[in-house]
Design a protein around this ligand. Structure first.
Ligand SMILES: *Cc1c(COP(=O)(O)O)cnc(C)c1O
Length: 387
């Protein structure tokens, strides 16, 4: 298991956390090949989470756009409405095998918090989720969902009172409670071994794309596109496809025209945050810049270290879509395919629409539709019908 991806990754943590990270790495190493563990995971993926998810040919959208065929990997149909559960389920089972009684997590928009709360209930953990005060006010329904699932939501009042501060608080809790507690980190970020673990549990997306694509069309897709926040749905899509000829494109949040948005790979520089070396949006002194995006799940100043290495190597191309482009993709998909997507993957759909036009009719693009749009309806409706 790589501790680093090129010069990125690593584990920049206080010494008190080192034993917990080592225990986690050992546990993961032995369980990833353990047949009983894998069969337990597969059964719950199928019977509780709704996997495998369909690979859907969006023929009306493709016809309107012109050029290559656009296909959607329907992670919006996973239980809970997003890909986040793939990782939460895997880590939850891992934590139980490690003998932990308690799980903690950070959440920004609340999507990972809800996924963790669902797993906490399913597996009988005491569950605590850290969430910035500002985010709690913006995302009331998710706070309510977590509470109904039996999770304690702890308000974080430090710093900007958003995701970055919630991660810091969760790390602090973990340091004081490593014996009993697993920190269920929500994206392919943080100190080693988290990026590797999250990649493994999200790679079910890419493996299913390969299998289903071959079954339906006889080959892997020509191009795969995914949105990049911390980078978990994207790495889950890309990692299994790395050895193949498929071109890979990650799309970051461009925000409003002229802003940095949350595009750490496209507009950032290397540095250290949350235990990892990676691309960050930071100023000349290394202070983290404020980020913003219409898609709350993409609103993070860092990115998973494997993406940083894949950018430098050129194997994956990273680009941005603006708030406006994402919103326009939202309406296009809703009206042509009868699907209300989350605003995060709308960034990937916007890029697919741009690229399809320049490709041949017999070429195929797969876009990972990482979640459904119910959580974003208020934002979209307010912009569509301004008062
Ligand atoms: C959280 C979230 C994302 C961004 O997270 P990644 O780790 O980059 O995948 C994307 N889409 C949806 C629907 C999300 O909830």
């Amino acid at each position: 298991m790589p501790r680093r991806y090129g010069k990125y990754g690593g584990a920049y943590v206080p010494e008190t956390l080192v034993p917990a990270l080592e225990e986690l790495e050992r546990g993961f190493r032995s369980l990833r090949r353990d047949l009983a563990f894998r069969s337990e995971l597969r059964t719950l993926q199928e019977t509780w989470a709704g996997r495998p998810t369909p690979l859907y040919h969006a023929s009306r959208l493709s016809g309107e756009v012109g050029g290559a065929e656009i296909w959607l990997k329907r992670e919006d149909l996973v239980h809970g409405g997003a890909h986040k559960l793939n990782n939460a389920l895997g880590q939850g089972l891992l934590a139980r095998r490690l003998g932990k009684k308690r799980i903690i997590a950070e959440t920004g928009a609340g999507q990972h918090g809800v996924a963790t709360a669902m797993i906490g209930a399913l597996l009988g953990f005491e569950t605590v989720v850290y969430m910035g005060k500002v985010d709690m006010e913006r995302q009331r329904p998710n706070v309510e969902r977590m509470r109904l699932l039996g999770t304690e939501v702890r308000e974080v009042t430090q710093g900007t009172q958003t995701l970055k501060d919630a991660i810091n608080e969760a790390l602090r809790d973990w340091i004081s409670n490593v014996e009993t507690t697993h920190y269920l980190l929500g994206s392919a970020v943080g100190p080693h071994p988290f990026p590797t673990i999250v990649c493994e549990f999200q790679s079910v997306i890419g493996r299913e794309i390969i299998a289903e694509s071959r079954r339906r069309t006889g080959d892997v897709p020509d191009l795969a596109i995914a949105c990049v926040g911390g980078g978990s749905n994207a790495i889950g899509t890309f990692h299994p496809l790395l050895p193949f000829r498929t071109r890979l494109v990650g799309v970051e949040a461009g925000g409003v025209e002229g802003s940095v948005g949350a595009a750490s790979l496209t507009r950032g520089t290397p540095g250290v945050l949350h235990g990892m070396m990676t691309y960050l949006l930071q100023d000349a002194e290394g202070q983290i810049l404020p980020t913003e995006s219409i898609a709350p799940g993409l609103d993070y100043a860092g990115v998973g270290p494997e993406h940083a290495a894949l950018k430098d190597s050129g194997r994956v191309e990273y680009t941005v879509a603006t708030d406006r482009e994402a919103l326009s993709a939202f309406h296009r998909l809703a009206r042509t395919e009868g699907i209300l997507p989350a605003l995060e993957p709308c960034h990937a759909i916007a890029e697919a629409m741009k690229r399809a036009r320049g490709m041949r009719k017999d070429e195929r693009i797969v876009v990972t539709l990482s979640g459904r749009g119910d959580k974003d309806l208020e934002v979209v409706a307010a912009l569509a019908h301004p008062r």
